[in-house]
Design a protein around this ligand. Sequence first.
Ligand code: GRF
Length: 271
Amino acid sequence: MLKTYNCGIGMILVVNKSEQKKCIELLRIGGEQSYVIGQVTKRNSQAVIVRNFDKAANKNVLAIHQPVKPIAIQAKKKVAVLISGSGTNLKAIIDHVNNNKFNTAIELSLVIADKSTAKGIQFAQDAGIPTRIITKSKTQSRKEYDMSLHEELLKHKIEVVCLAGFMKILSEQFVNLWLGRIVNIHPSLLPSFKGMDAYGQALKAGVKVTGCTVHFVIPEMDAGQIILQEPIRINADDTHDSLAQRGKAVEHTVYPQALELVCSSRVSMKF
Ligand code: GRF
C-alpha cells in the first residue's frame, strides 16, 4: 500500500539536506505546511523499506490540525476606493485581491460612497470591507466636504486612494494632500475625450478606437500622468450600451493591474 498510494501526501520535494530548513521556511511563508518525511539513501536491496512510517504519520496528522497563518510575501498598501454608482470596478478590484491573496500589494481597507444609493457599496459589505457613506450637506462647501473625506481616510491609515466612478470633483486642496497617492480610471484613451460620457463622446466623434486610462489624479481634470491604457475597437454597429459594456470589461482588467503597480511601488508619479 505504501508503494502504491500517496497516503495523503500532496507533493514530495526532494532537496539537498543543507537547504532543508530554508525550503520549509519558504513553504511556510507561502502558506503551505511541510514536513521532513524521509531521506533519499543509496538503495541496497530490491524492496522499498519505509521506516518509522506510523510514528511519522501520527505526528503529522496532529500537526495538520494546528492551523498555520500564512504570511503574506508581498508588502501591502492600505487602499480606499471611492464610488458613487454601480461599483463594477470596485468589484473587479475585490475579485483581483481575493484571487491573489498571497501575491497582491493591495489591502482593501475602506470603501466610501457619496450617496447611500450607490449600489457598489453592497460589494464591499459582502467582502467584509469597512464602508462609509459620506454625503455632502447643502451647507457644506466642497472643501469642507473633501476634508471630511480626508479625515476618514486618515482614520483608516489609508495610503492609496482609488477613484472608481466617484462623481464628485475633488478640490485642489484635497488632491494636493494626496498627490501621487490618488488614482482614477477614465473611459477613454486620455488625453482624448476628457470629462463626462467619454464613450458617448467617442461615438459622436466617429473614432474607430477608444479605450480606458488609469492615471494619477492632479487638480486639473483627467490630466494626470498615465499609469496604464488599453484600447477598445469601436464597431460600426456599436451603440452606447454595447460600447460601454465592452469598455467596462476592459476597465475591469486594467484597473486592478494599474493599482497593483502603484501599491507595489513599481510605478510612482514623477514630481
Ligand atoms: C467607469 O466607466 C469609469 O471609467 C468611470 O466611471 C465608471 C464607473 O463605473 N470613471 P463602475 O461604478 O465602476 O461600474
